[in-house]
Design a protein around this ligand. Structure first.
Ligand code: GDP
Ligand code: MG
Length: 425
């Protein structure tokens, strides 16, 4: 038996979807255990190019069973749209290869409204939310004011539960934000339109996963975002509203007894971030535009330009610790091929002194990067599949990062396609 978690080490968009798609060749099951449809995992393979949001990236591999665990924000409206988009490209999606936990909470229409209303209220202090309702959803879950997918199988009980939640939610909508209330008719229509259609996929995934593990099937856990966006360990409050860390995978999957044998941390060869919040190694102006263009750094969900920066040793080493990563997939090395000198943030200056430790969130805004430069390799490396064939300076860059972040780099990705990979083990 050998299960693994594929997680982000940075601020997200490291190429987790791309790595999951590659590695599923060896796995039977892929589980998404946190987050929602605000994710954008771009995958390119023989079936086409896909921007996956809530569907696990294993959905593109025939024979792999995909699970949405209890930890996800289950948005039936967007999930159905995504299923249709992926089906339109010839991928079969049935209750055989997609299973939704009966304990996953439903993201309701008012969660999206409240996300938007709160960002509007905050104006220039906004969080930079994707406005998919994720923060209001998780707040409600912790307040025990959400509806579980499995409740769809208990319509009478569900009706009463929804009515109670609605009474409470309308207070916030109308009295706090001056927005329109929802009626039970509106909610019933929404349930009929969307929830009924996802019902065939809903089951007890815990039982399924336990039996799978007992019978030696290999399970992969796929995270959304990365260490620095983790609710507890990230750049709070500019984090996401769930735990993006590998150790949350068993809890969010529906099978707390799941064993994780290896944690593959996905690291980008430079830095990018979306949303607000401190980003110490961020670069601006023409230098940033060139990197953004070279890496096509525009959000898969929103299309918004990503913030870009130098590789950040301090944040990445911290990210590796937070994830307890056992190995690293370094992605997008090919993007740096145009640079003569590659900037790397090796330390931070915090309160006037140099440090290698990632600071407490309040100290991040005033932290400054210490930048060192590495020689570039100035040639196309995107067709290389063997470590020995990489230019010396590219090898030096990878080996420097490996040593600095204290974790073996076992994969080097040199292109978005499934086969553009160098395996180092
Ligand atoms: P995720 O959210 O972690 O799955 O990452 P995203 O899919 O949002 O962002 C990664 C982007 O980089 C996607 O557009 C991928 O197609 C692309 N990508 C992944 N790995 C590589 C790589 O090694 N080289 C290049 N050039 N692009 C890559
Ligand atoms: Mg992404």
């Amino acid at each position: 038996m050998s299960n693994c978690a594929v997680v982000g080490i940075n601020w997200g968009d490291e190429g987790k979807g791309r790595m999951v798609d590659l590695l599923t060749e060896e796995y039977d099951i892929v589980v998404r255990f946190q987050g929602g449809g605000n994710a954008g995992h771009t995958v390119m393979n023989d079936k086409g190019t896909f921007a996956l949001h809530l569907l696990p990236s294993g959905i593109l591999r025939d024979g792999v069973v995909n699970i949405l665990g209890n930890g996800v924000a289950l948005d039936p409206e967007n999930l159905l749209k995504e299923i249709e988009e992926v089906r339109a490209k010839g991928v079969e999606i049935t209750p055989e290869n997609l299973k939704i936990s009966d304990r996953a909470s439903l993201l309701m229409p008012w969660h999206r409204d409240l996300d938007e209303l709160e960002e509007m209220r905050l104006k220039d202090k906004k969080y930079g939310s994707t406005k998919q309702g994720i923060a209001p959803f998780y707040s409600d879950k912790y307040q025990k004011k959400t509806v579980l997918c499995g409740e769809l199988n208990y319509p009478d009980e569900m009706k009463e539960h929804v009515a109670n939640i609605l009474e409470w939610k309308n207070l916030t909508l109308t009295k706090v934000y001056g927005a329109k209330p929802y009626t039970m008719e509106m909610v019933n229509a929404w349930i009929n339109n969307y929830c009924e259609k996802i019902k065939p996929f809903i089951c007890d995934v815990g039982e399924y996963l336990k039996n799978a593990q007992d019978s030696g099937k290999k399970i992969m856990f796929e995270a959304q975002l990365g260490s620095l966006k983790d609710l507890d360990y990230g750049i709070y409050p500019y984090t996401t509203s769930s735990n993006t860390t590998a150790l949350y995978a068993p809890i969010g999957s529906g099978f707390p007894g799941a064993k994780i044998d290896s944690t593959i941390g996905v690291v980008k060869a430079y830095s990018t971030a979306v949303g607000e919040g401190a980003f110490v190694s961020e670069i601006f102006g023409e230098e940033a535009d060139a990197l953004r263009e070279a890496g096509h750094e525009y959000g898969a969900k929103t299309g918004r330009p990503r913030r870009v920066g130098a590789f950040d040793v301090v944040a990445t080493r911290y990210g590796v610790e937070v994830q307890n990563a056992t190995e690293i997939a370094l992605t997008k090395l090919d993007v740096l091929s145009y640079m003569d000198k590659i900037p790397v943030c090796t330390k931070y200056i915090v309160n006037g002194g140099e440090t290698e430790r990632f600071p407490f969130p309040s100290a991040l805004d005033s932290s400054k990067p210490v930048i060192e430069y590495f020689d570039g390799w100035n040639c196309d490396i995107s067709r290389i599949t063997k470590w020995e064939d990489l230019p010396e300076n590219a090898k030096k860059y990878v080996l420097y990062i490996e040593k600095a972040i204290k974790c073996p780099i076992t994969y080097v990705s040199v292109g978005p396609e499934r086969e553009s990979i160098i395996v180092r083990k």
